[in-house]
Write a protein that binds this ligand. Structure first.
Ligand SMILES: *Cc1c(COP(=O)(O)O)cnc(C)c1O
Length: 381
């Protein structure tokens, strides 16, 4: 079959056909028990192969340009299973220093128990990854764009460098989504997602996914069937429904984000905007060379004297929320949430100021978002 377009994949690939009633959408197979006699596949929910699980994985694989994929009960299940599948006792992982907080905790708290070694890079340039490599390094894990400062890692360069040393690579592609970035085409071996974010897109699903070659996915499956952590078929079905509009949603959100970033960049009460789509972003050219769109996450700093928390509270339309990527716009103050446990000095060292607001841009009309921000700023006096 000729390569399908993004929205066609979102709408059609991985449908479970309703052979019995010819319904328009996938039926939900809730069975936790399937016939065991004379069948090729031993189906069982924890084997990640019920009809709904198996077929939705095809949609994710098609979106990430891979042979295979697996769906998990959360993004953390996806990432932890992937790491545990490719790292054995005594192996070493190189990870980007600017990483999702849950992934950092998983590595720091669980790796020592399994005798797994790790190094966080000093930066996000290819040299930073290369200099962290040891003789026992088996995997390099990157995250780009990163949270919350939207730094961009050179995907091609890291993948090429790793390949030359026969080291596997993985990426957390949650922020960009396959709508804006296809890391497999740039040489990365494995792509993972928190499907809680853009895949779900409506702030009502917790799920995760990994996409890669059939061989790598089988290796992960061998670990996952022991660990558990599959997604319930009810939620798989909801996720399939959500993903039909992934392309439409993320494109609309990305468009809004670029407009907002440009507007905020010129705003007298905004000191700084972090968005890879702006020419002022230090890795704008790199972002352009590896992303199809710049994503819908951005951060900005209010000018000194304007309190970030008071600003957040003064917003009416834009909600304060820990999570991100829903169709509704949300904000958080990283210094009060994801980075609250660091000292002010530590925060300063990683570039998180008390003036920083992280913005997950939704699908609302641009003029209404602008107005909400302006009214909140005005309310601060
Ligand atoms: C939310 C998130 C995760 C973790 O996903 P869960 O579904 O919450 O387990 C991992 N990486 C990134 C970038 C995220 O935003």
């Amino acid at each position: 079959m000729k390569k399908l377009g993004l929205n066609t994949i979102c709408t059609h690939v991985g449908e479970v056909k309703d052979e019995q009633f010819k319904g328009a959408v996938s039926p939900i197979y809730l069975s936790s028990s399937y016939e065991f006699l004379d069948v090729d596949i031993k189906r069982y929910p924890r084997y990640f192969n019920t009809p709904n699980q198996e077929y939705l994985a095809k949609k994710i694989a098609a979106l990430e340009h891979t042979e295979a994929a697996m769906i998990f009960g959360s993004g953390m299940a996806a990432i932890s299973h992937m790491f545990l599948a490719f790292l054995n006792k005594g192996d070493h992982l190189v990870v980007q220093n600017t990483l999702y907080g849950g992934t950092v905790n998983f590595i720091k708290e669980e790796f020592p128990k399994y005798g797994l070694e790790f190094t966080f890079t000093n930066g996000y340039k290819v040299e930073d990854f290369e200099s962290a490599i040891q003789e026992n390094t088996k995997l390099i894990h990157i995250e780009t764009p990163s949270n919350p400062l939207l730094t961009i890692t050179d995907i091609r360069a890291v993948a090429k460098m790793a390949k030359s040393k026969k080291i596997l690579t993985s990426i957390d592609n949650t922020f960009a989504s396959p709508v804006n970035q296809n890391p497999i085409d740039l040489g990365i071996d494995m792509v993972m997602h928190s499907a809680t974010k853009y895949f779900g897109g409506h702030s009502d699903i917790c799920a995760g996914a990994v996409a890669s070659s059939a061989v790598h996915i089988e290796k992960i499956w061998n670990v996952s069937k022991n660990l558990g952590g599959s997604l319930s078929d009810m939620t798989v079905w909801m996720l399939e429904r959500s993903m039909k509009t992934l392309g439409l949603r993320v494109k609309a959100q990305t468009k809004n984000a670029l407009k907002l970033a440009k507007w905020l960049h010129k705003h007298p009460k905004i000191a700084k905007v972090y968005y890879p789509g702006l020419k002022s972003h230090p890795e704008h050219k790199l972002a352009k060379s590896q992303m199809k769109g710049f994503g819908a996450m951005l951060s900005f700093e209010l000018v000194e004297g304007l309190d970030a928390y008071a600003f957040q509270k003064a917003l009416e339309l834009i909600k304060s929320s820990m999570s991100l990527a829903g169709v509704e716009s949300t904000v958080i103050s990283p210094h009060l949430t994801s980075h609250a446990l660091l000292t002010p000095e530590e925060r300063q060292a990683v570039g998180i100021s008390d003036q920083l607001i992280r913005f997950s841009v939704g699908i609302e009309d641009f003029k209404d978002l602008k107005k909400d921000i302006d009214l909140a700023i005005a309310a601060l006096g």
